[in-house]
Design a protein around this ligand. Structure first.
Ligand SMILES: Nc1nc2c([nH]c(=O)n2[C@H]2C[C@H](O)[C@@H](COP(=O)(O)OP(=O)(O)OP(=O)(O)O)O2)c(=O)[nH]1
Length: 131
């Protein structure tokens, strides 16, 4: 099975976390699901470099990447995803959605109300335990 490696940012502004909604996709299990912004690590990049690049490309934001939070390995029907999530901080909520169709800034206790991509559930759960 195809394997992909992705980095994602759990981006805090004070006590709120940025949640973004993917566009429609032929793969129903990721279509219009909420996720933490990020994307695939390119050849020759460190994980942090990849995350900085993706956040700039997708949202036009620069973040302070603080620490690796959780690495999730999830088998979707068509590929195996390894996703490294990082705790990040921003000083302003200003951003532009270049790829996503919606965004929400939510507190920890509100996170569960969204329809998350399956691979994100362990990240949400760990945030709630730590919270
Ligand atoms: N960035 C990100 N991707 C996630 C999350 N959860 C999750 O299942 N994914 C999946 C969706 C995609 O299949 C893959 C990320 O790849 P990507 O964001 O570059 O999406 P993509 O395949 O549309 O991009 P591309 O090939 O056009 O460059 O990981 C998440 O929280 N953040």
């Amino acid at each position: 099975m195809q394997k992909i490696e992705v980095v994602a940012g759990v981006i805090f502004f004070q006590n709120e976390i940025l949640c973004v909604q993917r566009p429609k996709n032929k793969l129903a299990y990721i279509s219009e699901k909420f996720e933490f912004p990020g994307g695939k690590v390119e050849h020759g990049e460190t994980k942090k470099e990849a995350l900085e690049r993706e956040l700039l490309e997708e949202l036009s934001i620069s973040t302070h990447i603080k620490a690796l939070f959780l690495t999730v390995v999830h088998e979707y029907p068509d590929f195996e995803l390894t996703m490294h999530s990082f705790i990040c901080e921003v000083e302003t909520k200003e951003l532009t959605l270049h790829e996503h169709i919606a965004k929400e800034w939510l507190t920890l206790k509100e996170l569960k109300k969204l329809d998350w991509a399956a691979a994100d559930i362990p990240i949400v759960d760990k945030l709630l335990v730590n919270g």
